[in-house]
Design a protein around this ligand. Sequence first.
Ligand SMILES: [Zn+2]
Ligand SMILES: [Zn+2]
Length: 255
Amino acid sequence: MKLIILGSGTCLPSTSRHPAGYLLDTGAELLLIDCGDGTLNQIAHAGYDPMQITTILISHGHLDHFAGLFALLMSYMVAGRTNPLSILCPPDLHAKLLTLLATLDTCGTSMETSWLGTHYQRIIDPLEPGNSEQPFGKLTVMQLVHADLIAYGYRIEVKDKAIVYSGDTEYCPALISLCKKADAAILDCSFPNGTEANGHLTPGLAGMAATEAKAKHLILSHIYPETDRHDLNAETQTSFIGKITVARDLLSITV
Ligand SMILES: [Zn+2]
Ligand SMILES: [Zn+2]
């Protein structure tokens, strides 16, 4: 599998880090995990065709994780997408997405059916925690701890490889089970060690979760600008001795 980091940043402005977005190329399927602002262009920068995405997973309803979805869907309408698309997200975001899509339909009656996706098969489904077999492989959904909304972490298993994406979360027992022996775990690394990280992780906490879960490769992402000034490798090595990668936009990692 190939993981391409489209956005390793947050909701704050950065010249080097876009809001959250990750492509997972399994060889047979192309998944998009989170779709922050600017994701559409980042997909192009990564050398991929957005039309090839078959499934979109959204972790939670904060805008730095899904605001780019509307631009992506608009591009499908204009480019005339024909292949099916599945969008999966937490139930609280699901209801909002349906309302937003209807509200944002500014293309008039003649284009309305296109915007709503009837010219290609588009499924928008709420996810419940648990395991399921998806066209791309096995998906495990766990509710983690972040703010006052439903925030999911995802584990994707294809053949004998497992990739975990935490989205935004605090350190919690569910995160450890989600990351169990993962080949790669992309974890929230919002704030540096020694700071209050309400709703998020620090490098030390991400490392602790990776150590407890025996994860093989820890990828630190969702990095706030102030955190970028810190030595994140060193701060992670206080609790984790495995392979560490500090994410950067358009970095491609083979898992
Ligand atoms: Zn976020
Ligand atoms: Zn968030």
